[in-house]
Design a protein. Structure first.
Length: 72
């Protein structure tokens, strides 16, 4: 294997390892930024006139007395 290629692969592995080790703070920052952008935006205002259904609960496939069910 070429020495340059070995160095490049080593650097890429180190960068990937660094990003992997910081995955929780990176994910948290991305989620916070995305939620701040979307929380202030009204998606209903962008819809055309007509009947629209909005899901406000997701529920789950297994019944659970501690969780709420789906709602529309």
């Amino acid at each position: 294997m070429n020495k340059k290629l070995s160095i490049i692969l080593l650097v890429l592995c180190m960068v990937a390892g660094g990003l992997y080790s910081q995955r929780i703070p990176l994910t948290k920052g991305l989620i916070e930024r995305a939620s701040e952008q979307r929380m202030g935006k009204s998606m209903v205002a962008d819809l055309n006139d007509g009947l629209h259904v909005i899901l406000c609960g997701a529920g789950g496939p297994m019944p659970d007395p501690k969780r709420s069910g789906p709602c529309v």
